[in-house]
Design a protein around this ligand. Sequence first.
Ligand code: UP5
Ligand code: MG
Length: 190
Amino acid sequence: AAASTPRVVFVLGGPGSGKGTQCAKLVDQYGFVHLSAGDLLRAEVKSGSPDGTMIQNMIKEGKIVPSSVTINLLKKAMATSGTDKFLIDGFPRNEENRADFEKMTGITPEFILFFDCPEKELERRLLGRNEGRVDDNIETIRKRFRVFIESSLPVIDYYEKIGKARRIDATKTRDEVFETLQPLFRPFLV
Ligand code: UP5
Ligand code: MG
């Protein structure tokens, strides 16, 4: 059978806004495949790939890895997944990411989620997380916040303007946030 065009939802929001947490819940209930761009990049570092050192340095500085690297990882993960419903978490982070993904895959998202949360709460969550991430220290966290505001918010604005952004109040509890997602994802059950 001919492969159908994948259906993609981009899950965006500041560092620690709950993207990974909510994606895990959505996978269980709606049968999406969850692709975290950050997780794919961290796995690439671990695998000892030639790009590994560059990627690790970018993550430590809170900088955005060149589009082609991230998009190739996403494309490979999509191709081997065996499904056609994807939550792409933490990507696109800048205008280059957004435009290159469209060019390299031909895919435009169904909609994007924007997990909105003030920095004070994001900082509290990131410093409370204990997963040994090289970017969960106050110095890198401040850099990630700055990059989010300067590079990632304009991407969210772009989707706002074309009516594709769905703003979610991410300050609520995990279960409350998940409740607010239900009406948006119900159409994917059919
Ligand atoms: N938590 C979650 N929900 C909560 C709630 N409602 N109330 C209270 N606590 C809540 O959650 C963070 C923490 O908060 C957890 O402890 C959780 O239990 C708790 P999580 O779900 O992990 O939030 P998330 O938004 O996924 O945070 P994350 O730190 O993963 O976001 P980032 O966007 O910073 O990280 P990512 O992994 O996407 O990217 C890391 C780096 O990789 C980037 O800085 C960049 O250098 C690089 N990168 C690229 O270059 N390009 C890409 O395309 C992607 C990444
Ligand atoms: Mg995450």
